[in-house]
Design a protein around this ligand. Structure first.
Ligand code: FAD
Length: 538
């Protein structure tokens, strides 16, 4: 059996190794256009910032290792130019010698990844404008910074990769402006969650040019000038982090079916519309594991999982890829930002009904030193309590909560499951009621009708607001016009509260207002507790 894999990084390399582990007899060949296989793209921003100083550390496996350990033939600097599905051959060009030849296959795997998006904006081909997807590109960025003694950079695009690059340029001592067309950073987050990240970036010296469209890049007298629709930003270098598109030309040329985002359409067995061809990783059109709708998720985890499963499928094992949910995490100046599943915008666009839950728990119990606050949000299907998405921002413990929530999402768990989840606990790691449990409890309370909730966006202008914090907290800061009735005095001061109006209760984080709401609603008051309290007010 001849297995041919096109593309030798995350998905391709994973597939090759798995195919070998399951089949000693197969002849396995990998063609990779670039000079390296199995390199760590995710580490590239950190090489720019010298966190990973040695380029060699990014090169995880060499063609020699593939040969020696797995008996897999890896040909770097070899580009596959065409697929003949009838004769089952691919045409391959050796990019060093120029020689072109054909290679037969019984099973073909497309693992050609994605390309960085370069919109048709004038000036993006100027020297000093870079994308960051490969080791050589990263080398170019580093040597440009050094040789031009770069002091100012513009990063276009405020997605995870753009912001990681921005952080690493700051680490190198550059002054950095991030230009983003959307009104906020990180479009996978809802605006109120992204606001925490924006504040943090500003506090760490990153300039944000949000809501600004890139018009052109020009060569100025000494440096580049990035023109947006609102500003002209001088820059010694420009890095584009505008996202990626599937590199699906080969598939299109071969007449394979493509999905709505331009990726190669695959079934749950990762087979394309041709039974002899599989597609894995960033080149594929994903399916959302939450909604079943098309979702493009160019991430390393799904790429590796798909590669491994395609190896199983080629060996004749039944496989079922569960789909993607865009679980992602990013570290920015000591802050961790993570998300999984759908956000409010995508749920609204999909016509999916949902409720939102916000909370601001500590990463571990407050009495153990070093506790930090995180901001956590769940999006939940009100009809059955199923988790639809989650977002978290904080310093510590964010990634572990997101991993739990991500697994819950994939297993189609509900907030009632989160309430009951048994999670590990000791004071330095969490709380006996972990933030994940608390999030589940808040959402479940809402769904059971125990927590009549509102949020700052739906408080009416003439609302009767009641601040249930203590007097000194009220004196420090309160919402103008709010009555002050601390929870500790509430039961004695019921006469001061109107019974003919809805009472909008708030405190610092939403916990005391929940307790107040329980006490008042059982006495016949019409109440709403404002979720997340003042900490959610922004
Ligand atoms: P790729 O890694 O793009 O590999 C495809 C390979 O195919 C390429 O090397 C290409 O040269 C080769 N190829 C294409 N066409 C041909 C052809 N015709 N012939 C031969 N070879 C061909 N994901 C995360 O989950 N977490 C992160 O922190 C993260 N950080 C990232 C940071 C950066 C800077 C980048 C660029 C990506 C990051 N990603 C991250 C995304 C992740 O790296 C990708 O999702 C993953 O690499 C996809 O793997 P892949 O094998 O599908 O594609």
């Amino acid at each position: 059996m001849d297995v041919v894999i096109i593309g030798g990084v995350a998905a391709g390399a994973s597939c090759a190794a798995r195919a070998r582990r399951l089949n000693e007899e197969a002849r396995i060949t990998v063609f990779e256009r670039g000079p390296y296989v199995s390199f760590a793209n995710c580490g590239l921003p950190y090489h720019v910032g010298d966190v990973i100083p040695d380029e060699q550390d990014l090169l995880l496996v060499t063609p020699q290792v593939f040969q020696e350990r797995f008996d897999i033939q890896v040909h770097v600097r070899h580009e596959v130019r065409a697929i003949d599905r009838v004769r089952r051959v691919v045409t391959v060009a050796d990019l060093v010698t120029g020689q072109v030849r054909e290679q037969r296959y019984d099973a073909l795997v497309l693992a050609t990844g994605a390309r960085a998006l370069r919109p048709p904006v004038p000036g993006l081909d100027l020297p000093g404008v870079f994308t960051l997807r490969t080791v050589p590109e990263t080398r170019d960025v580093k040597s440009w910074i050094q040789h031009h003694r770069a002091r100012q950079a513009v990063v276009v695009g405020a997605g995870f990769v753009g912001l990681e690059v921005a952080e690493n340029l700051v680490r190198k001592g550059l002054s950095v402006t991030v230009v983003e067309k959307a009104p906020g950073v990180l479009s996978n987050l809802d605006p109120e969650m992204a606001a925490h990240v924006q504040d943090h970036l500003l506090n760490n010296g990153v300039r944000l040019a949000l809501g600004q469209a890139l018009l052109r890049v020009e060569q100025g007298e000494h440096r580049l000038v990035v023109h947006t629709d609102q500003a002209a930003l001088p820059a010694d270098l420009v890095i584009l982090g505008l996202g990626v598109r599937p590199r699906a030309e080969l598939a299109r040329g071969a007449g394979l079916e493509l999905g709505p985002h331009g990726g190669v359409a695959v079934g749950a067995d990762l087979r394309t519309s041709d039974p002899h061809i599989w597609a894995v990783g960033d080149v594929t059109q994903g399916t959302c594991s939450v909604t079943g709708a098309p979702m493009y998720a160019p991430l390393a985890g799904p790429a590796n999982r798909m590669g491994r499963l395609a190896g199983d499928a080629i060996a004749g094992r039944p496989v079922h890829f569960r789909g993607v949910q865009r679980t992602a995490v990013c570290g920015l100046f000591g802050m961790t930002v993570a998300s999984t599943g759908l956000n409010a915008h995508t749920l609204r666009s999909a016509g999916q009904d949902f409720i939102e839950v916000w909370l601001h728990p500590k990463d571990h119990v407050g009495y153990y030193p070093g506790a930090t606050t995180m901001h956590l949000k769940l999006l939940v299907d009100p009809s059955d309590g199923r988790l639809l998405g989650a977002q978290a921002v904080g310093e510590e413990g964010v990634d572990k909560r997101m991993d739990v929530l991500s697994m819950a999402l994939q297993m189609r768990a509900t907030v009632f499951d989160l309430e009951e989840a048994e999670l590990c606990y000791a004071p330095q790691f969490g709380a006996a009621k972990d933030p994940v449990n608390i999030a589940g409890m808040i959402a479940a309370n809402r769904l059971r009708g125990d927590l009549p909730a509102g949020d700052w966006s739906n408080v009416p202008d003439d609302a009767t607001l009641v601040d249930v914090r203590e007097d000194d907290e009220y004196a420090d800061e309160h919402v103008p016009g709010a009555l002050s009735v601390p929870l500790s005095e509430l039961r004695e001061r019921l006469d001061e509260l109107p019974r003919d109006r809805t009472l909008w209760l708030y405190c610092r984080s939403g916990k005391r207002s929940y307790d107040a709401a329980r006490a008042l609603s059982q006495r016949g008051f019409d109440v709403r507790t404002i979720q997340g309290g003042l900490m959610s007010r922004g």
